[in-house]
Design a protein around this ligand. Structure first.
Ligand SMILES: [Zn+2]
Length: 288
């Protein structure tokens, strides 16, 4: 990890305890760790990361991953533990066969291992430093497929893939499953830039009722068809949830929709999520 790691560390800790949804994704994330680490023995300072790797190996057991957890004693820090991963012959990350969900999991694994993200009050930047060429190639391909613009540089013999556009960083966060961070990132950037479009969305329902009714109808129509697509299934739960609520409750205002969520989400928070969904559905209309 590089410079000013506190925000990165917090974000990683959130991702480390996130759900491991399926064994295919567990195998992909674990493969990322193996490639990034360059060996199969993980004795890391970050206990939670060791736990994550252990959890991934448990989940991916039926597709050929084995593990051995071990304990060791350290005079300074007391007992620590590590995990050793073994792969069956047939298992290795195959990007041709991988599903979209797995590619995102692979990206998350690489980010957790050696990624960095600037805190939202700094200029936008997300990066991953690679020692391993194959891991770098898989990540670049995935970013390209997601339409996330990136650049490449060298630092200490490592290939550093970085993203510096606001939309790029926001999309990257969504793809690796850091939805909370994505929303926070977008909020701060919108406040910072005084983004008129988002402000219009935020003020929409008290500014003009007709307009908000029209917006709700537009969103409902757009989201109903978006919900039938395979892409929708791959979205983070927080986004799916608000899309379903919007479609099922066309007459509710943004504030009222936010009240249906646990925990309650502000009007602007709801507006941001819906805006994100509309962008993803590919039909954003800035004039409305
Ligand atoms: Zn998967």
């Amino acid at each position: 990890m590089q410079q000013n790691s506190s925000y990165s560390s917090q974000l990683k800790q959130q991702l480390i305890v996130s759900d491991i949804k399926s064994k295919c994704c567990a195998a992909a994330e674990l493969s990322a760790f193996l490639l990034m680490h360059g060996e199969n023995n993980f004795k890391l300072k970050d206990k939670n990361l060791v736990r994550r790797i252990n959890g991934l190996a448990s989940k991916a057991k039926s597709i050929g991953f084995e593990k051995r957890v071990y304990f060791c004693k350290n005079k300074k820090t007391g007992i620590c533990y590590g995990v050793e991963i073994y792969r069956g012959n047939s298992v290795c990350y195959n990007e041709e066969q991988s599903k979209f969900c797995c590619s995102n999991s692979f990206l998350r694994g690489c980010f957790l291992y050696s990624g960095y993200i600037a805190s939202p009050d700094k200029p936008a930047r997300a990066e991953i430093a690679f020692k391993n060429n194959l891991a770098a190639e898989i990540c670049k391909k995935q970013l390209y497929q997601c339409g996330i613009p990136y650049n490449v540089t060298k630092r200490n013999d490592r290939e550093v893939v970085y993203i510096k556009s606001i939309n790029g960083v926001s999309d990257f966060l969504a793809h690796i499953g850091a939805v909370g961070a994505m929303l926070e990132f977008e909020n701060r950037n919108i406040i910072k830039k005084g983004n008129s479009d988002a402000n219009r969305m935020m003020n929409c329902d008290n500014a003009n009722l007709d307009k908000s009714v029209a917006a709700a109808a537009r969103q409902t129509a757009l989201l109903s068809s978006f919900m039938k697509t395979a892409t929708f299934e791959t979205l983070p739960e927080q986004l799916k949830e608000i899309a379903i609520l919007r479609v099922e409750n066309e007459s509710l205002s943004l504030k009222e929709l936010g009240m249906l969520l646990v925990p309650v989400l502000s009007k602007s928070g709801v507006a941001h999520r819906l805006k994100k969904l509309e962008e993803m559905a590919g039909h954003i209309n800035v004039n409305q």
